[in-house]
Write a protein that binds this ligand. Structure first.
Ligand code: R5P
Length: 294
């Protein structure tokens, strides 16, 4: 990391930008506002010439955020920035990773092209890699994949006795297995059938050996909350303690919090990759360490 690095906080990402400054660099003010017709006004207050510039901007709600972030990056480049790094704790558009039906787009690839066109490097946390093996399959720029496993494990250690880690579906297995290993705890992966955005069925795995454990459901994304809620409902049908739900990214398209408490969850916590009231697990230390190293 360049000690003279300039850090720009996209509105709403000030806490992340502050966490980076603890590792070095200088926070510069940014003016980003809408003209009356909705177009963006962009101004960087301070000198970025020949400096490495980092933009702190999580990519939640990307259809609103991406263009402004890109205009901010282009402004920094135009003002002479030597290199532009994007720290985006949540990386969106990882879902369409294959053409599942005729005529559909592989939007994960197109979004990767757009991001790669405006910044030189991307640092993100636990991206939803499912059919893509690595970010480098679709991103043409340097990428760093930070893992939330250790902060999640510290939280679970401090708050849950005898956890059994539950993955709602095969896609969650990579996070569940890593957490179970870190905690030296058992884990079970369930099966999910998705019929629509808000229509999922979960089939349980074998729980008989874990009835004296507290289930900790772990998923990378909580969006509508249907996947978690169905998993909670299934677990409540067993002789187990009410489950604790842990999501890495609090996408929360719907009122997932009420859905989960109605389903019988003991608690829902998330990492601070997307600001939300459920953020109880701080991953900024991991992000800042990765940012400092590069
Ligand atoms: C996909 O498999 C992801 O890992 C999550 O399970 C999914 O995004 C959760 O979506 P929802 O909260 O809408 O059920």
């Amino acid at each position: 990391m360049n000690e003279e690095a300039a850090i720009l906080a996209y509105p709403g990402n000030e806490a992340l930008a502050q966490a980076l400054t603890r590792e070095g660099g200088e926070l510069l003010d940014v003016s980003l506002r809408a003209f009356p017709d909705g177009e963006s006004f962009v101004r960087i207050e301070g000198d970025v010439r020949a400096r490495e510039v980092t933009i702190a901007c999580t990519l939640h709600r990307p259809d609103e955020v991406f263009l402004r972030m890109a205009l901010l990056a282009e402004t920094a480049r135009d003002l002479g920035a030597a290199r532009i790094r994007l720290v985006a704790p949540y990386l969106s558009y990882m879902r369409q990773d294959e053409r599942f039906h005729r005529g559909e787009g592989v939007t994960s690839r197109y979004f990767a092209r757009l991001v790669s066109a405006v910044v030189d490097e991307l640092i993100t946390v636990d991206p939803h890699l499912h059919r893509w093996g690595a970010l480098s399959d679709i991103y043409d720029i340097a990428t760093t994949h930070v893992r939330a496993t250790r902060p999640i494990a510290s939280w679970v250690r401090a708050h849950v006795e005898r956890p059994v880690i539950i993955g709602p579906d095969a896609e969650s297995a990579q996070w569940v297995e890593a957490l179970a290993e870190e905690l030296e705890a058992p884990h079970v992966i369930f099966e999910k059938v998705r019929r629509g955005d808000r229509d999922v069925t979960i089939n349980a795995g074998t729980l008989a050996a874990h009835e004296d454990h507290t289930p900790v459901i772990l998923d990378d994304i909580v969006s509508t909350g249907r996947t978690m809620a169905e998993t909670v409902r299934l677990l409540r049908g067993h002789e187990l303690e009410p489950p604790v739900c842990v999501g890495v990214h609090a996408v929360f398209a719907d009122d997932a919090t009420s859905l989960l408490s109605e389903a019988g969850a003991r608690q829902l916590v998330t990492c601070n990759t997307i600001p939300h009231a459920t953020n109880a697990i701080d991953v900024f230390g991991e992000i800042a360490a990765a940012w400092r190293k590069n």
